[in-house]
Write a protein that binds this ligand. Structure first.
Ligand code: PDD
Length: 294
């Protein structure tokens, strides 16, 4: 059986992998994680994911995690031993294992887990043609959504509610109507001026790697991008909405709370030209970095 997990020095099949009961990630969500897209065995935006992992570790005062070189080597070895081509590399670093106590334990070493799972990115191409539905839901998460911690209950409940309502993703919003992000994606609006609008970096959203890549590519292609908050009301009348994430990379949103997006345009209820153009740029960037072709 190919090794699809790494736990603290050992490579093993996923079903045999585990952590101690008193892992602080399990008991306190005292852990950060990353999900990296692997195309034909090559990671996309690896340096950016590693940067975000380090930022999270520093913010949580987790010390003693393996070096960047060690993470690189483990990720490469795991992927090789998994015999996978396309998939998702999951990395989780918790503060460590210690007798349950809220305060930081002394003298523990972080627990490092990585898993390798297959993922079919081609299914996204079909979804991109179709578009996806989202539903507006109150953002019930904590106030440090910029940290990619395993404390994901607000996101889990939001995603479950979205799915119960037949939607692909939640559109989280604050009490004043400000749209923050999805349960596991960043959200974008195309304003009637054509400007791409997405929530600015703050403690309210995750600094998405695909968000950053999309912004860079859009600007390089001469598209206007504004990092500013937008409201649910604006979203309901926007010509286009879309979402980005590692597993996306970009999916047009064609329904919001059951209503077609872009009413009054030629593409009402269907993917619009701006999202489609940016998606094409993202797939080209994936091909450039990894050599992957659909
Ligand atoms: N989710 N916002 C949230 C809350 C997320 O959890 C994610 C990623 C994103 C998009 O970030 P990125 O472009 O770096 O993937 C935005 C990952 C994929 C997950 O938890 O599975």
């Amino acid at each position: 059986m190919p090794a699809t997990a790494y736990v603290n020095g050992r490579y093993l099949p996923l079903a045999h992998a585990g952590l101690p009961v008193e892992d602080r990630g399990t008991q306190f969500a005292d852990a950060v994680y990353e999900v990296v897209a692997m195309f034909a065995g090559r990671p996309l935006d690896w340096a950016a994911h590693r940067w975000r992992l380090r930022r999270g570790l520093a913010a949580l005062f987790i010390e003693g995690a393996p070096s960047d070189a060690a993470l690189d080597a483990i990720a490469q070895t795991l992927w090789r031993r998994s015999h996978l081509a396309d998939g998702l590399l999951y990395i989780q670093v918790s503060r460590g294992t210690a007798r349950r106590d809220h305060g930081f334990p002394a003298g523990v070493r972080p627990n490092l887990v990585m898993t390798a799972r297959p993922f079919d990115f081609r299914q996204r191409l079909a979804q991109q043609q179709e578009g996806v539905a989202v539903v507006a839901l109150p953002d019930q998460r904590w106030k440090r959504c910029d940290l990619k911690t395993t404390g994901l209950l607000g996101a889990v409940l939001g995603k479950a509610e979205a799915r119960r309502l037949g939607a692909f993703e939640a559109m989280f919003h604050l009490e004043d109507g400000t749209v923050t992000e999805g349960a596991s994606t960043n959200l974008w609006m195309v304003a009637s001026s054509g400007t791409l609008v997405t929530h600015p970096l703050s403690a309210r959203i995750l600094p998405g790697i695909m968000r950053e890549t999309a912004m860079r590519l859009a600007r390089a292609a001469g598209m206007a991008v504004a990092e500013r908050p937008f409201t649910l009301d604006e979203a309901r009348t926007a010509p286009e909405l879309f979402l980005t994430s590692t597993t996306g990379p970009l999916l047009p949103i064609t329904r919001l709370d059951g209503a077609p997006v872009g009413t009054g345009t030629a593409h009402a209820g269907r993917p619009g030209p701006v999202a489609t153009r940016l998606a094409t740029l993202l797939w080209s960037e994936i091909a450039r970095q990894t050599g992957w072709r659909p």
